[in-house]
Design a protein around this ligand. Sequence first.
Ligand code: FAD
Length: 148
Amino acid sequence: MTGSPAPHSDAESQSRAPGEASAAPPSGVVPARTSQPHRRVATPTSNLEADLAIHILTFVLAPDDPMEFVPGQYVTFYLLRDGKSVTRPYSIYSSALLHDRFSLLIKRVPNGFASNLLCDLTPSAETAESILAPLGKFLYRHPGTAAC
Ligand SMILES: Cc1cc2nc3c(=O)[nH]c(=O)nc-3n(C[C@H](O)[C@H](O)[C@H](O)COP(=O)(O)OP(=O)(O)OC[C@H]3O[C@@H](n4cnc5c(N)ncnc54)[C@H](O)[C@@H]3O)c2cc1C
């Protein structure tokens, strides 16, 4: 299943980090070695595992085309269920060396729309969610890189 994009949903502002709108990064910030953000479809490839804490689930997804990103970036889900659509960002925690899959840690928020929807997904070939990725300029700076 694939959710339709929500151009102006209630969470649009969540997908943009503070200050992200400016085009030029501050001096000293490491440029992102990423592909341009664009809409993708991502398919869960493993079971959701409650292996870290009872309310935090590990979520592994496979994008439909290779996705380059840098540590610190996130994906934004476009979710549509029962006539309601939202966008929600989730940070990537897996290695940036892997381009065919990425991992998220999702905390199940009581009565939360997106977190419960994602945590209740049953991974299968038919389960796919629309995402925008990668996003975010709050990045890990490698040791030795000049400070701002
Ligand atoms: C840049 C960015 C990266 C993020 N990365 C992650 C991530 O890696 N993992 C992750 O789990 N979340 C992350 N989030 C938060 C995530 O995007 C959602 O906001 C969160 O999952 C709640 O969405 P929801 O639709 O389930 O809850 P909603 O339906 O939006 O909220 C339902 C109710 O719960 C309250 N609520 C919302 N969020 C929380 C919370 N965290 N704790 C307690 N109460 C809450 C709301 O006030 C509301 O009353 C990130 C957010 C940003 C901006």
